[in-house]
Ligand binder design. Sequence first.
Ligand code: DLZ
Length: 158
Amino acid sequence: MATKNLSDYDITKVPSAKNMKFGIVVSEWNYEITGALAEGAVSTLLKHGAKEENIIVSHVPGSFELPLGGQFMAEHEEVDAIILLGCVIQGETRHFDFICQGVTQATADLNLKYNKPFIFGVLTTENEEQAKSRAGGRLGNKGDEAAVTAIKMVALKE
Ligand code: DLZ
């Protein structure tokens, strides 16, 4: 099965983000990748009408800390949605599995706890090449996809 290009979407189905406020939490681990995800997310939010002052970006050390970073953001800022951006690359040990499992479940829990979209923008790949392909490379940018999802979920709630 061909892998979807993460930056391909139907622009006519994306509501205006003009009156929305977003938080973005970015993991510093694999920053070459996650920085590119953040650039994609910010530019997609701006493209759909979000105001620069309504996009708040903060950083956490690694993907495992993304849910708590998102929770801090939800507690301190009046944001409509929070996008969590990270990149976990498979290593030789089972660390990958534990981080992925932890961040996935905790993110799902945050959505329900705050009744607010916490968007899972975490790449989980076998190697760096796969990650680069999805961070502005051949397969688009997961940050774009996360931003579009955030806008759609805020509009759905409204
Ligand atoms: C420790 C670790 C490892 C081995 N790999 C990654 C990774 O590929 N991507 C990522 O975002 N973070 C990684 N980390 C760091 C953990 O997410 C976390 O920051 C530390 O285990 C401290 O809690």
